[in-house]
Design a protein around this ligand. Structure first.
Ligand code: CO8
Length: 260
């Protein structure tokens, strides 16, 4: 590991921090590959029940490392290593069974905004600034941003943000439904960890099935979504945790969930 990505697990919540402050957390293929390896590991780690993804106080991330992109031109490379890794990582984040909560501060731009959108929830501090400047550099959001932002805010607002490239404040992002909550400066990580701990007390299989069902809702027609929900509900009926949860309620005690 290069130190570009750090993680620590406590009380069921893993905080993953992107650590490249000197370049405002500009994303490199190496960093994204490390994130991807880490998410594989977190998905297998039973003690990890929720993930908080954080950046630095000045920037969650300013997006793709433009210096690296220029170097790709200079070396005549036709491949797009960044594109391959970033798309794989974002779909992996949606598929892992644990909720991923973005804790946002400072610049959340371009691919950094797309990274935040690939998380399940977003909590921003009052310094967070969001924008898609890709059209300024002849590019476009290419890691799912056009799709995920449109699903959150609708086509008209999504195009306004991506055509104009203007930065919006945390409060505006909240008003548009892009972030779930805005907290005071430097409090996004602690607020996200608090929510993660709340999730850590729930039945893990319920959380997994809710997450999957919601993503089916954003990518299918209603009948398909209802069918998936029904299958998921039937699956949970056969789990030990469901019986434990219901017995604990009746016996007025805290349930002990095992993920089975
Ligand atoms: N890449 C590499 N380095 C960067 C980047 C970047 N995107 N942004 C900032 N930096 C570096 C600067 O070069 C500088 O380093 P140095 O001092 O060594 O030159 C350091 O970070 C600090 O930056 P500034 O001095 O510019 O700081 P300011 O506070 O004055 O400005 C801004 C901050 C406004 C964020 C400004 O740096 C900026 O506009 N950065 C570019 C942001 C941008 O355009 N991002 C979008 C990139 S395109 C993208 O993300 C597409 C993703 C597609 C992924 C999928 C592909 C398939």
């Amino acid at each position: 590991m290069s130190g570009l990505v750090q993680s620590s697990l406590a009380e069921g919540v893993t905080v993953v921090t992107i650590n490249r402050a000197e370049a405002l957390n500009a994303l490199t293929p190496e960093m994204l590959a490390e994130l991807s390896e880490l998410f594989v590991e977190l998905d297998r780690t039973a003690e990890c029940r929720a993930v908080v993804l954080a950046g630095q106080p000045k920037a969650f991330s300013v997006g793709a490392d433009l210096k690296g992109r220029v170097a790709e031109y200079d070396s005549g490379g036709a491949r797009d290593p960044m594109g391959e890794i970033i798309r794989g990582l974002f779909s992996q984040m949606e598929k892992i069974s644990k909720p991923v909560i973005a804790a946002l501060a400072g610049y959340v731009l371009g691919g950094g905004f797309e990274l935040a959108l690939a998380c399940d929830l977003r909590i921003a501090d009052s310094t967070a600034k969001f924008g898609f400047p890709e059209a300024n550099v002849g590019s476009m959001p290419g890691a799912g941003g056009t799709q995920r932002l449109t699903r959150l805010v609708g086509p008209s607002v999504a195009m306004e943000l991506m055509f104009g490239g203007e930065r919006i404040s945390a409060d505006e992002a909240y008003r548009l439904g892009i972030v779930n909550k805005v907290v005071a400066e430097n409090e996004a990580v602690s607020a996200a960890v608090d929510f993660g701990k709340k999730i850590a007390g729930k039945a893990p299989l319920s959380i997994d099935r809710i997450k999957r069902s919601v993503y089916v809702a954003t990518s299918s027609d209603l009948a398909t979504g209802i069918e998936f929900e029904q299958i998921s509900h039937a699956f949970l009926r056969g789990t030990k945790d469901r019986e434990e949860g219901m017995r604990a309620f009746v016996e007025k005690r805290v349930p002990k969930f095992t993920g089975r």
